[in-house]
Design a protein around this ligand. Structure first.
Ligand SMILES: [Zn+2]
Length: 825
């Protein structure tokens, strides 16, 4: 259900292990524009050691990096051998201490979840430092040379640090390399500390990152390794520099990609990137690129081969993403800011797997071409050449397709700028239909992937024994495999096309015109979907009949999600995620929350849909309220605003629970806040969404943009702070955590035969004393029938109410269908 995403903070990019990795070198010409030979610099970087001639004793030395204070109270420090004449690291052993007070409540709370204190104050015994700033100069200035017979000198210092594998040799090399060859005014500082009670953790001040300061710790939960981000925030300098824009040395304007696919699924590619320089001094450019592909050449516009090297991101490998990688390209000389230039990459490898029954899996949907990631939208022109038996679909509009000599060729152009481009392929069957001006195409294979088909066969024939298999002397059960009709995804093409068309029509009504000229829905093995611009990847499971899914043993609970929910969710991403991007990882909840809510709304359109809609939200509420091993509710994982940081070793599923389910609830409650109390109309909420799309299409939006926009649609009664802003609501539900508990007490008085006065009060608990909310109240008037009475502002002071009705209500209650809260009877 989730779109491919990348954390823009350094958070997840900090986990390193000490393994030495194979570096693939593509030597370029000797560099005339600079005295530094890139290859030599990298060689030196990868072979740094503690220099036995640069050992100092530190006493009461101190380093300050933004809000981080490091004290080296008593110990030994050994600086590294130089790289291009610079010292880029040191190791310290002795007594030290770190002090860090995060600047905001959200980050203090985040830190406290990991270290049980809003302040990081920890003694350490070892520090490994990597830097491109003044660290060496500052510490050398206060250090003294040790006496040769100093009894305090650690016995194996520095020898133990120079034995293999050296933990500091490679991990920060790409980042240091960038500064050594380019702009050194946005330096890098990284301290890996061995805390006395917190064990190993990393403190970073990377001035090239918008959230320059971060504290990260590699922690395990069962078999999974997580980069727990304890806190992350802009430094003074980075806040002024980036204003939350994506940083970078270049931005992408256009990608022109030629891809040739062979019958054995290997790929040969050429990608020409039109780039615009954002820096006058930087020469090292970093691109995301799958490690399943090998770059053979990078050429500049003059046809000169450039130095480039690629390597996997070790942290992603450990975190389970085996394929992610980077490639760094060294320009012969920097380009002035604003100058446009081209790079041409040639590469080959394999990103496609045959998962049986001729179903193909495109494993690298994002990294199959060198790219600058989601933060740099661009136009795409994609050319594919592939075996004739395959059908290929890609992001964008198909502008050419032809076949000759057993090969097919197709060309795809993005409608506007896209953040990603991708393709899918297989021996597909397809159907096509039109929804207004939009063409809907649906693609699926005749058979399901082998793993799914096996499961299907196994479940339907539980005692199936291979003929001839030795089992006592009984004759083998003679159920031939073909007695079970195989799963047939392509048989449901029309049905998926139908749901797609309905979803598009409904969402056009809610969010405005469909953003593109066409939408292709294509089958992908596995159990997840992705909604890319004009191309949706939908799991084979969504192409099966309900009974078939049931036979596969899938829980009934997942039924709504797999049938309508996932199609609708991924289609909603065409507006929320593609037409409107998200500014940073903090803002991705807007896309996921709105796609999830849109899918829930879509469900409510059908017969009995209202019940299923509330059932779905009730399920989300239960998930949010259920407690983990630590006795805390899932909702307490952290605020929505923390985005992908919510999935960590403490709460591995935090992102899914909070950014999908809680965000869905937040949007549902926002709708309630904006409801017209006299007519019950939800017009304002849907206007808000439609206008937000219209005003921001083609841009990346932030939470703050949405909060500001929402304020324009607020009702008088939702102005709890009397400042014409909805900040109170978003502060509690997006930037904060906590689900309130409410207790309602009321009494009914009959004033006349048709006049009943209901009076009472609602009290809150379980949340902080400044929590306030507009609580919807209903009167139950018949079996499963209820009428809205209105909303009551409840804060630490009880919310008192008085309503008048014409019939005697059976019961007065808090409207649990429209409020994420616990209600006490
Ligand atoms: Zn999604």
């Amino acid at each position: 259900m989730r779109g491919r995403s990348r954390l823009s903070a350094r958070c997840l990019s900090r986990i390193r292990c000490g393994l030495l990795l194979a570096i693939v070198w593509l030597p370029g010409p000797a560099c005339a524009a600079s005295a530094l030979d890139p290859q030599q610099v990298l060689d030196q970087l990868h072979n740094v050691q503690v220099d036995p001639g640069q050992i100092y004793v530190l006493r009461h030395a101190q380093l300050t990096r933004d809000r981080v204070k490091l004290f080296f109270n008593r110990g030994y420090i050994g600086f590294f051998t130089t790289v291009a004449g610079e010292i880029t690291g040191a190791v310290y052993t002795g007594e030290g201490e770190i002090l860090l007070i995060p600047p905001t409540q959200v980050e203090k709370a985040s830190l406290a979840r990991f270290v049980h204190s809003p302040i990081l104050e920890e003694q350490f015994s070892t520090a490994i430092l990597r830097f491109t700033d003044r660290t060496a100069k500052e510490l050398m200035a206060v250090g003294v040379r040790p006496e040769s017979d100093d009894p305090e000198r650690p016995p194996d210092f520095p020898q133990r640090w120079n034995s293999s594998p050296r933990v500091f040799a490679l991990e920060d090399s790409p980042r240091i390399f960038q500064d050594l060859l380019g702009d050194s005014n946005m330096p890098f500082f990284h301290a890996r500390l061995e805390g006395n009670s917190l064990k190993w953790f990393d403190v970073v001040d990377d001035e090239r990152s918008p959230e320059a300061v971060s504290v990260i710790a590699a922690r395990r939960n069962a078999d999974d390794l997580f980069a727990d981000c304890w806190c992350a925030f802009p430094s003074k300098a980075s806040a002024a520099r980036f204003a939350y824009l994506m940083p970078g040395t270049v931005k992408a304007l256009a990608y022109d990609i030629d891809t040739r696919l062979e019958p054995d699924n290997t790929m040969k590619g050429h990608a020409e990137l039109l780039l615009e320089s954002l820096s006058n001094t930087d020469r090292v450019l970093t691109f995301d690129f799958s490690r399943l592909l090998n770059v053979s050449q990078v050429l500049n516009e003059r046809g000169e081969s450039l130095t480039a090297y690629s390597y996997p991101q070790q942290e992603d490998i450990e975190a389970g993403d085996q394929n992610k990688g980077w490639i760094q390209v060294v320009l012969a000389a920097p380009h002035p800011v604003g100058e446009k230039f081209r790079l041409r990459f040639s590469y080959q490898g394999n990103v496609i797997t045959n998962v049986g029954n001729n179903v193909l899996y495109v494993g690298e949907r994002g990294g199959w071409y060198p790219n600058l990631g989601l933060g740099s939208p661009a136009s795409f022109d994609l050319n594919f050449d592939y075996p004739e038996n395959l059908t290929l679909v890609a992001t964008g509009a198909r502008i050419e397709e032809d076949a000759a000599s057993g090969r097919k060729h197709s060309r795809w152009r993005s409608d506007g700028v896209f953040r990603v481009a991708g393709f899918n392929l297989g021996p597909y069957h397809s159907v096509e239909r039109r929804v207004g001006p939009t063409t809907v195409e649906v693609y699926a294979t005749r058979e399901a992937e082998a793993a799914l088909e096996e499961r299907h066969t196994r479940r339907l024939v539980p005692h199936f024994v291979l003929p001839g298999s030795p089992r006592d002397h009984d004759p083998p059960l003679s159920i031939a495999p073909d007695a079970v009709p195989p799963l047939a995804p392509a048989a449901l093409l029309q049905s998926v096309a139908e749901s797609t068309s309905e979803a598009i029509e409904y969402f056009e009504h809610l969010f405005g015109p469909f953003p593109y000229s066409r939408l292709a829905i294509s089958q992908i093995p596995g159990n997840f979907g992705q909604g890319w611009p004009e191309l949706v990847y939908l799991p084979t499971l969504s192409f099966l009949r309900k009974s078939e899914r049931y036979d596969l043993g899938l829980p009934e609970k997942s039924e709504d999600l797999l049938s309508h929910g996932m199609v609708a969710h991924e289609i909603a991403h065409q507006w929320w995620g593609n037409l409107l991007g998200w500014a940073t990882y903090h803002d991705q909840w807007l896309s996921e929350g709105l796609a999830t809510y849109a899918a829930a709304l879509e469900l409510s359109r059908e017969k009995g849909g209202d019940h299923r809609f509330h059932e779905l939200l009730r399920g989300y509420k239960l998930d949010l309220l259920s407690k983990g091993k630590n006795g805390m509710t899932n909702e307490a994982s952290g605020p929505i605003w923390l985005g992908q940081r919510l999935s960590n070793s403490l709460t591995p599923d935090g992102y899914d629970t909070i950014v999908y389910k809680k965000a869905c609830w937040v949007l549902h409650m926002l709708r309630g806040l904006l409801r017209d109390p006299s007519t019950g109309s939800d017009q304002k909420f849907f206007h808000l969404l439609r206008d937000f799309v219209a005003a921001n299409q083609g841009t990346s939006v932030s939470t703050e943009d949405f909060v500001r926009h929402a304020g324009k649609y607020m009702t008088h009664s939702s102005d709890l702070e009397h400042n014409h802003r909805l900040d109170w609501f978003f502060n509690e539900w997006v930037y904060g955590t906590g689900i309130p508990t409410y207790k309602l007490e009321s009494n009914v008085k009959q004033l006349s035969p048709k006049t009943f006065v209901i009076q009472g009060a609602i009290t809150q608990s379980g949340v902080s004393s400044d929590f306030e909310m507009l609580v919807p109240v209903v009167a139950e008037i018949g079996k499963e029938k209820k009428a809205s009475l209105g909303s009551v502002a409840v804060s630490d002071d009880a919310g008192r109410f008085k309503f008048t009705t014409t019939t005697r209500p059976k019961r007065i209650a808090i409207d649990e269908d429209n409020l994420l809260a616990i209600t006490e009877p």
